[in-house]
Design a protein around this ligand. Sequence first.
Ligand SMILES: [Zn+2]
Length: 182
Amino acid sequence: MTTSASAPAGSGNSTAASGTVTDRLVEANERYASAFADPGMDARPVLHVAVVACMDARLDLHDALGLSLGDCHTIRNAGGVVTDDVIRSLTISQRALGTRSVVLIHHTNCGLESLTEEFRHDLEMEVGQRPAWAVEAFRDVDQDVRQSMQRVRTSPFLLHTDDVRGFVFDVKTGLLREVDPA
Ligand SMILES: [Zn+2]
């Protein structure tokens, strides 16, 4: 696997029909907006919950968890890792926007399982600069969920750390499996 960011596999931007993939998204948005009615909500999530999940394209959080518009905050990154920036979002979510529960969702067959911290080294060799961030690669998804729960629970910035639960989403069955925090 190459770390080259300049030429990702399948980097063709064009779609068969018209324009770039972004053009396609913008067209879809025009259809969405034409049927959209202002739900009159404020920014505080109805269910007072923040979900931290991997960015994986096979994980449709709203469908998988029965969520509707306005229900929750969704915070996503590669791996669903609780980084400083995720703590930043959770802190704002709890202190400014009233959420009280945190749900962490990692999943089977995650891309981070096939990476190592060598990824950073390879990047440094390629671009001449070492990234400040850790790759946060892992081998044991349950252990990774436990570590994420621990990072949330021990954050001094969060108001609510009593309802923090972690899960592994199975991309083959669509089922969540809860991870024992112990
Ligand atoms: Zn993933």
